[in-house]
Design a protein around this ligand. Structure first.
Ligand SMILES: C[S@@+](CC[C@H](N)C(=O)[O-])C[C@H]1O[C@@H](n2cnc3c(N)ncnc32)[C@H](O)[C@@H]1O
Length: 314
């Protein structure tokens, strides 16, 4: 994978919510580091040479629940469970700068319709508090910012500083003044207090998370009673002939596009593989129920290429 060109510059601004006493945070964030980590991403990169024993990217803490065995999958590869987050980090550091254009090209713009559908299912209202997990470049957060209005609040959160930087710049340019930007691992959602949000969304993020059960439990924890969770994710196509065509497209065209546009075929090979490894519609619904969500359902979009799962904390 070639990610040298798209690594964050040596001096990007730290990604922190503007208000370090945000009502959603379990405790104020320390100044100068991303989410209270001992070193910011910038420091890790400046401390050259980085030895093999030091993580390449300093990531917000993940879960240590025992839900996942010593190995797990990274696309079709079997990797040490502790290494998966680093590998996912490399993918998204590499693609961050070209992420939005690649999304439009790969999906022929259809990802915008999928996201619109999910937003319509959210029932979001003015004054509400929304957390977009693994929110990346902020497509959903941007719309929620408008929908909740000045009396509401949106948190755009992601594990990856490069993606979050792109999202933050974009939303600030768009005048979204009611949005906080917080580095957080979906497996723990550590910075957020219990029962904080009316609405949680995670769009095309869950399949990248190592311990999905822990992530769903963390989501349940930070959701207010009466709140809802929406998961927009690639899923299992329900029409077999279509599924063959889709495979052909994913495993040939996507890596080629990735090479041409983002100079990174490997990350887009991972995209195709990670989609195939993600739990299907019914399995994911069962996982949500296991985490405590009630009245769970899902809607297939584009013949099940994508599904929106919804669940409530009652
Ligand atoms: C395909 S992008 C989706 C971005 C955005 N939500 C969208 O729909 O366009 C996946 C995002 O998940 C983030 N991610 C991966 N693992 C994560 C984790 N454990 N916790 C939080 N975010 C994670 C990545 O950094 C990346 O920004």
């Amino acid at each position: 994978m070639s990610n040298e060109n798209q690594k964050p510059s040596a001096t990007p601004a730290a990604v922190e919510p503007k208000d370090s006493n945000s009502p959603f945070l379990s405790e104020p964030l320390p100044q100068g580091t991303a989410q209270g980590q001992q070193h910011s991403l910038n420091q890790v990169q400046q401390d050259a040479p980085v030895s093999a024993s030091v993580p390449k990217y300093n990531l917000p803490r993940g879960a240590n629940t025992g839900n996942v065995g010593s190995t797990t999958h990274f696309g079709y590869q079997t990797v040490n469970s502790d290494d998966k987050a680093q590998k996912v980090a490399e993918v998204f550091h590499s693609v961050a700068a070209k992420y939005d254009i690649m999304n439009d090209l790969m999906s022929f713009g259809i990802h915008r319709l999928w996201k619109r559908f999910a937003i319509n299912m959210s029932g979001v209202r003015r004054g509400q508090h929304v957390l977009d997990i693994a929110g990346g470049t902020g497509d959903l957060a941007k719309v929620f910012s408008r929908e909740v209005g000045p009396s509401g609040r949106v948190v755009l959160s992601d594990i990856n500083e490069s993606m979050l930087n792109v999202g933050r710049d974009r939303l600030i340019d768009a005048g979204c003044s009611n949005v906080d930007f917080v580095l957080a691992n979906a497996e723990t959602l550590e910075p957020f207090a219990d029962n904080s949000f009316d609405l949680l969304t995670i769009s095309f993020g869950l399949r990248n998370v190592t311990d999905k059960d822990a992530a769903l439990e963390a989501m349940y924890r930070v959701l207010k009673p009466g709140g809802r969770l929406l998961i927009l994710e690639f899923s299992k196509p329900i029409f077999e002939p279509f599924s063959k065509l889709y495979d052909l497209y994913s495993f040939t065209a996507l890596p080629i596009m990735g090479k041409l546009i983002a100079n990174d075929a490997e990350s887009y090979k991972y995209l195709a593989e990670s989609i195939r490894m993600h739990p299907d519609q019914r399995t994911l619904k069962g996982m949500m129920e296991h985490a405590g969500f009630q009245n769970c359902d899902y809607h297939n979009l584009t013949a099940g290429i994508v599904a929106v799962h919804r669940g409530f904390k009652l």
